[in-house]
Design a protein around this ligand. Structure first.
Ligand code: PLP
Ligand code: SF4
Length: 342
């Protein structure tokens, strides 16, 4: 790297440096508030903008995602999703550590079964980004990949339950696993005859597009069952020229490529933001799936949008979009047999 390139400000780094491997991009993520604020030109407002993140859910954000934030704008919709706020420390009635009843639906350690025909496997606790509103921010699964012995037990359970037609790889982010572990996992799932589909829930195509490299695509193309890939993108600005090719590659190796978003105050709680998100997703080969009402997890109350407002936003967006670009507005309620329409 030339000296000039090294001195290039962070916010334009991806356009001026050689492509990184995904492991390098992951290792290079920003993990503290001062570095993040410096990268977006907000160092002088540090006192006013944020509190220290708790040790349990520290700040983490890849530099490529930071590069898509507007410089000097404390209200940037991408920055707001990752910057810890002092509001996180306020206790709010109705917000708790296990908002969607995950602990009660864990039939065997690492496997959540809430809905008929589907089971959700917690493959790892690790994510490339830490979203401040995350519904699993307090879930006690640490950062590590599922152990081999736990995985054996989970797959044995899946093999014994013929009602499971679709296995969902989730986390954390399942693409945090190495290609080797993913290949092994897919192969072993393929040995269970009654699992007809494999779904992958991941935010990495958005926050770490470097992850969607040739090796991963080869792994996914060779999956033993049709794949459904559900990404997580909340705002059109999250998709730029580094992300679109990654999404197009995923579209090519999956049966369906869908997006889920969370409705977040100050991020995407406007009709134009929702319309633009759907249009931008479609342009990259992705269809909207769910728009989630926020799960009431401790520390996220400042992101909440009222149901009345949420309904109005989706109604207005539906007046400007074809039906297939309108996401379903849902919330997850403990004990329900499906996500509940709002
Ligand atoms: C959300 C969720 C699913 C998937 O539900 P779909 O409506 O099929 O997308 C499956 N299992 C669990 C535990 C979930 O939380
Ligand atoms: S990527 Fe998903 S699981 Fe990870 S912190 Fe963000 S919302 Fe939570």
């Amino acid at each position: 790297m030339t000296e000039a390139a090294q001195k290039t400000p962070l916010h334009i780094a991806p356009r001026t440096t050689a492509p990184k491997t995904w492991q390098q991009a992951l290792a290079d993520a920003v993990t503290n508030v001062p570095d993040l604020l410096a990268a977006v030109g907000l160092s002088d407002r540090a006192d006013e903008l944020c509190a220290k993140p708790s040790a349990r859910f520290p700040l983490r954000v890849p530099r490529g995602f930071i590069a898509r934030m507007r410089h000097g704008d404390a209200n940037d919709p991408l920055l707001r999703q990752v910057l810890p706020s002092s509001a996180e420390d306020l206790p709010v009635t109705g917000f708790g550590p296990d908002p969607v009843g995950d602990l009660a639906s864990e039939h065997c350690s690492g496997l959540l079964q809430k809905y008929q025909g589907r089971a959700l496997l917690i493959t790892t606790g690790a994510c490339a980004v830490h979203c401040r509103y995350c519904f699993r921010r307090d879930y006690p699964y640490g950062d590590s990949a599922i152990t081999h012995s736990k995985l054996d037990a989970v797959l044995e359970h899946v093999a014994s339950d013929r009602s499971i037609r679709e296995l969902i790889l989730s986390g954390g982010d399942p693409l945090s696993l190495s290609d080797d572990r993913l290949r092994q996992l897919l192969k072993r799932i393929g040995e269970i005859g009654h699992v007809e589909r494999i779904r992958i829930h991941t935010r990495q195509p958005i926050v770490l597009p470097e992850r969607i490299d040739a090796d991963l695509c080869a792994t996914l193309e060779n999956a033993p069952r049709p794949l459904v890939i559900v990404i997580h993108c909340n705002h059109a600005n999250e998709i730029d020229a580094t992300v679109t090719p990654a999404l197009q590659r995923l579209a090519a190796c999956s049966q369906a490529l869908l997006n889920q978003s969370v409705l977040l105050r100050g991020v995407n709680d406007s009709t134009p933001a929702l319309v633009e998100l759907s249009e931008t997703l479609f342009a990259s080969g992705v269809l909207p799936y769910y728009l989630h009402q926020l799960d009431p997890v401790t520390g996220a109350a400042h992101f909440a949008v009222t149901d009345a407002m949420a309904r109005q936003l989706v109604r207005e967006a539906a007046h400007q979009l074809p039906g297939y670009l309108v996401p379903k507005l849902v919330r997850e309620l403990p004990g329900e047999a499906a996500k509940t329409p709002v």
